[in-house]
Design a protein around this ligand. Structure first.
Ligand code: 18C
Length: 256
């Protein structure tokens, strides 16, 4: 345990100063902490229905509508061997990896760098006939949080994405309809201690992932097509993303 704790002292423990000074900071702080709490509630209560299962992956949804649009919340859990929560969150957050795992993407721009742990993205996504193409403008924040429910456990990492506004990128002005999203990825690393004083290898580590998402399509989209897209695209995303993480990390030193 001491050995593991020592490994994490050099990583970021608090948000960076430039993020705290930003106009969006109070919202980023509030939504990120709310999402962390929501992700950790589990799926026992709240009417979650299992809709996809593959190995250790489980995906649940709740059928919900807002102003006649499908906004079904999604919650997924997965267990991935050989990667840490920090590594998985870094890959989910960093623009450099996005095209390697995000299959629905057509284009991505970082419109503002708030700080090294907080970016604002503008993304356009592939069009699904017969609906209009969608874009999304959102801040993305990554941080390490200590586990207050289990102070002895290894730290949690979270990435939270939430829609925002920007005067230079108003919604619904071109061919795209803007979607509104709140997404979080919460990861925790578990270590199966190696014998004696052996160093920790990738085979000794497991990452537990919780992914939550609510996407409002922002404008007309046929409910049946939308629910079929959810059912197909979310499992595809989580499988593709986690295998991408394993592949990216396998020959690199472990980042706790
Ligand atoms: O969390 C994920 N990715 C992050 C980084 O990109 C980020 C982005 C979320 C994007 C939200 C979805 C945007 C609209 C997508 C349009 C669908 C394209 C499908 C193309 C198929 C060829 O947080 C991982 C996101 C995984 C996304 C799964 C699909 C979600 C579907 C949501 C549909 C929303 C409206 C679509 C309107 C058209 C419907 C007929």
């Amino acid at each position: 345990r001491d050995r593991l704790k020592q490994k994490s002292v050099s990583v970021l423990t608090t948000p960076t100063m430039s993020a705290i000074e930003h106009r969006l900071w109070p919202e980023i702080e509030k939504i990120t902490m709310e999402q962390l709490h929501y992700a950790r509630l589990g799926v026992g209560a709240g009417g979650w229905q299992l809709f996809a299962e593959d190995g250790d992956m489980r995906m649940y949804r709740r059928e919900e509508e807002a102003d006649g649009l499908v906004v079904d919340p999604l919650k997924a859990c997965h267990v991935v061997k050989g990667v840490t929560g920090h590594e998985v969150c870094e890959i989910f957050f960093s623009p450099e990896y996005r095209t390697g795992w995000e299959a629905t993407l057509e284009d991505m721009t970082v419109v503002e760098k708030v700080s090294k742990d907080t970016l604002i993205f503008l993304q356009t996504h592939k069009r699904i006939w017969p609906a209009s193409q969608r874009d999304a403008l959102f801040w993305s924040h990554m941080r390490r949080v200590s586990d207050d429910q289990d102070p002895d456990a290894h730290d949690l990492w979270i990435v939270c994405n939430h829609s925002t506004e920007h005067p230079d990128y108003p919604p619904n002005t071109g061919k795209c309809v803007r979607v509104y999203l709140t997404v979080c990825l919460v990861c925790q690393t578990f270590i199966d201690p190696p014998k004696d004083e052996d160093e920790i290898k990738r085979e000794n580590i497991t990452c537990k992932i919780t992914y939550c998402s609510v996407v409002n399509p922002g404008g007309w989209a046929p409910a049946s097509v939308l629910r079929a897209v959810y059912k197909r695209e979310y499992p595809k995303f989580l499988k593709r993303f986690t295998s991408f993480c394993i592949d990216q990390c396998k020959d690199k030193p472990i980042t706790f």
